[in-house]
Every structure is written in structure tokens, then in C-alpha cells.
Design a protein. Sequence first.
Length: 210
Amino acid sequence: MLDHLTVVTHPLVQHKLTIMRKKETSTGGFRRLLREISLLLAYEVTRGLDMTTTRIETPMEEMDAPILDGKKLALISILRAGNGLLDGVLELVPAARVGFVGLYRDPETLLPVQYYCKVPEQLEDRLVIAVDPMLATGNSSVAAIDLLKQKGAKNIRFLCLLASPEGIATMKAAHPDVPIITASVDRELDSHGYIVPGLGDAGDRMFGTK
Ligand code: URA
């Protein structure tokens, strides 16, 4: 059982995150670092997965060797920035099923509006890992998890790169059963709902839009 909040303090994660935060880091550099960090975060978010054993034969002898148990994981990218984290996690767990939830944040109300949802079947039997680099107000994360629960998901983890104290509190109030795994809890949100010190708009930085 994971704690409600896990901050991944591994030196490699923290070093890469610092370079990503720098405003002069290029789009290509940002994307490469995000992929590298997501591999390391994937290692943490998949900690404690159910295991079983299978009988195999090494060149030396037979053994009961550990393998993952149960149905394939479901990775859910919260569009569009979630795709940057998704790529790395998928590299580590290539057999995972993948879904997408499209939410945009109304700039005035800061509330999420859903425009797309396509998720794998039998979510109720899978570990579901929702990915979004920025847990800011928490409104869109809560809405995405609401949606996944409506689709049957029971065992959900939330993976992000940065979280705000406000976003963590909002998620904990709405979904105390969903552990959050992040590389950093930053100071606060600004009046536009951006994380500070943060790294700016994650989608713009990874796709080179503005
Ligand atoms: N989304 C982002 O991309 N950045 C923030 O700081 C907050 C939400």
C-alpha cells in the first residue's frame, strides 16, 4: 500500500527536474528530460505491483521465477501534457493498455471541461495509472479520476512531475484512495492557477507552442 503522497527524491530525478525548470531549456531538451524522468518515476509508481511466479528453465536448472500478476496495467494520459509522461512509462511497461482523457481548463473559472475520453476495457480489474505532469489546482485531476471511477476503475494511482499543496489537498479531499507520486511539491499556485516556482506551462514547453 502506497502512502497518499510519495515525493521521489532520487538525485537523478531532482537534477533533471532542475534543468527542466530553467526557462532557457529548449523544447527538445525539455522533452528528452521529461522522457528520462518519466522512466525513473515509472519505477516508483509501479512499486508493489502484484506478483506471481512461473516455472522456467535457466541454462542451469528449473526455478519458480517472479512475474507480474493479473491483467495488464492501464495508463491514462490526461491530455495533452500527460503524453509527455506517458511515453517514458510506456517504455518501461510496454504491454500496458493506454487510454486518454481530454480536459481543458476554462481560463476564467479554472474548472475542467471534458472533450475526449477513450479508455481500455475492464478498468475494474486493472491497476490504473493516470499521468499528468502538473497537479496544479487539482480540479482537472479530480475530474479525470471521477471519470475513471465512473468507468469502473477501483485501483488508481496518480503520477505527476510537480504538485502544488493546493492540488494535493483537493485530490486528498475528493479521492483519498488515490496515491499521488510526484518529483516535487512546489510552494504554491499563483492567481492564474500556475505552480510556482514551477516550470511554466508543461504542454507549451514540451510541444513548443505558446
Ligand atoms: N499547468 C501547467 O502546465 N503549468 C502549471 O504551472 C499549472 C498547470
